[in-house]
Design a protein around this ligand. Structure first.
Ligand code: SF4
Length: 331
C-alpha cells in the first residue's frame, strides 16, 4: 500500500537547496517511452475512428498502457477480449502484439472490416516462423508464456511444430518430436542478456540449431535496456514508468536490479511512495515502450513537489524509426 502522496519525504542524504527542499539529481534515460510500433498502433486506432466513425472495436489492449487505452476509449474505441465480442458489421483493430492466424481467418469468414496494427517487427518474426516451418524445422520459441505476442507468434504455425522455451532451466528438460532440424526465434521484448543465455544453452544442447539472421529483440527494447545499463549504476533507485503487463517495462526493472540498483515499476506519478526517496540523491527514470512521455513529465512534476530536482538526460542511442500505416487507412 502506498503512503499518502502529500507527505513529503524525510530530508535525508542530499544537501537541502536554497528552497529548503533536499536536492535530487534525476538521470532520465533516452530513449524511453513510445516506440515506432506503439506510435503506429495508436495512430491506426485514431485514424480508424476518423474514417469509419465510432465505435471502432479493438481486440485486446492496443498497447499495454491504461492511460493510452482510456484516452482511446474516450475517442470512441471499445476494447474487447475476443472477436466473438465484436458485431459482424463493426470495424475492428488487432493490437500491436500480433494475433494468431486464426483471428484474421475468423474475421474474413465473418466478412468483417479489420485493420491489423501488429508491429511490423512482430510481423517479421511471424514471417520467419513460416519460413522455418517450410524448411521442415521444429521451432523453439523463446518468450514468456501467456504474453499476447507469444500467443500470436505461436499461432502462426501448426500446433506441435513450435515449442515455448522460457528459461535456461527449460532447455535441459525439453522433449522434442525431432532434434535434427531445429531453429529458434524470440519474442521482441525480452531481456537481451537473458535471451543470450537461453540461446547459448540451446546451442550447447543442440549444436545444429539455426537462428534468425538478425536478432528478433527489437531496437526499442534493446535501446531502452542499454540506457538503463548506463543510468542504473549511477543511481540509488530507478523508476520505470510502465504497466505490470508490459513485457519490455518489466525487463527494464530487471536490468536495473541485476546491476544492483533497486527499481520500481509505476503506472502513474500517484504510485510513487515518498518514502522510496529516503536517502536517494540520484534517481534514474525511464519508461517502457508503451508509456507516453506525458506520464514521465507527470513523474518529474511530482518529484519536484518534494525535491529540488536537477534533470540530466543520458542518451544511449538515437531513434528515427517510423513505420508506415496500413494502406487501407491512407488511401
Ligand atoms: Fe514493435 Fe518493439 Fe515497439 Fe513492440 S516494443 S511495438 S516490437 S518496436
Amino acid at each position: 500500500m502506498n503512503a499518502p502522496l502529500n507527505t513529503p519525504p524525510e530530508p535525508s542524504g542530499p544537501e537541502p537547496s536554497g528552497s529548503g527542499k533536499p536536492c535530487l539529481t534525476l538521470m532520465i534515460a533516452a530513449p524511453r517511452g513510445f516506440c515506432a510500433g506503439v506510435d503506429r498502433a495508436i495512430e491506426i486506432v485514431e485514424r480508424a475512428i476518423e474514417r469509419y466513425g465510432a465505435p471502432v472495436y479493438v481486440r485486446h489492449e492496443i498497447v499495454h498502457n491504461r492511460y493510452v487505452v482510456d484516452s482511446l476509449k474516450a475517442q470512441g474505441a471499445i476494447f474487447v477480449k475476443e472477436l466473438d465480442d465484436v458485431p459482424d458489421e463493426a470495424p475492428v483493430v488487432f493490437s500491436a502484439h500480433g494475433v494468431p492466424k486464426s483471428v484474421p481467418a475468423e474475421a474474413e469468414r465473418r466478412n468483417m472490416l479489420y485493420v491489423d496494427a501488429t508491429c511490423p517487427l512482430v510481423s517479421k518474426v511471424h514471417r520467419q516462423a513460416e519460413r522455418q516451418i517450410e524448411k521442415g524445422q521444429h521451432i523453439l520459441f523463446i518468450g514468456h508464456a501467456g504474453h499476447p505476442e507469444v500467443i500470436g507468434t505461436m499461432g502462426q504455425v501448426p500446433e506441435g511444430q513450435i515449442t515455448l522455451v522460457e528459461t535456461v532451466e527449460d532447455v535441459a528438460t525439453l522433449e522434442l518430436p525431432q532434434t535434427d532440424n531445429l531453429s529458434y526465434l524470440t519474442q521482441t521484448t525480452l531481456s537481451v542478456d537473458d535471451t543470450e543465455e537461453v540461446i547459448t544453452a540451446l546451442t550447447e544442447r543442440f549444436p545444429q540449431i539455426v537462428g534468425p539472421k538478425a536478432e528478433d529483440i527489437c531496437y526499442a527494447t534493446s535501446n531502452r535496456q542499454s540506457a538503463v545499463k548506463i543510468i542504473a549504476p549511477a543511481s540509488d533507485l530507478v523508476l520505470v514508468v510502465g504497466a505490470p503487463n508490459s513485457s519490455n517495462s518489466l525487463r527494464l526493472v530487471e536490468v536495473s536490479e541485476r546491476l544492483g540498483t533497486p527499481a520500481k515499476l509505476i503506472q502513474r506519478a500517484a504510485d510513487i511512495d515518498p518514502a522510496w526517496l529516503d536517502g536517494v540523491g540520484t534517481l534514474g527514470l525511464t519508461a517502457g515502450a508503451s508509456a507516453p512521455e506525458m506520464l514521465v513529465r507527470e513523474v518529474v512534476a511530482k518529484l519536484a513537489e518534494w525535491r529540488n530536482v536537477s534533470e540530466e538526460t543520458v542518451t544511449a542511442a538515437e531513434e528515427k524509426m517510423v513505420f508506415k500505416l496500413p494502406r487501407q487507412l491512407t488511401e
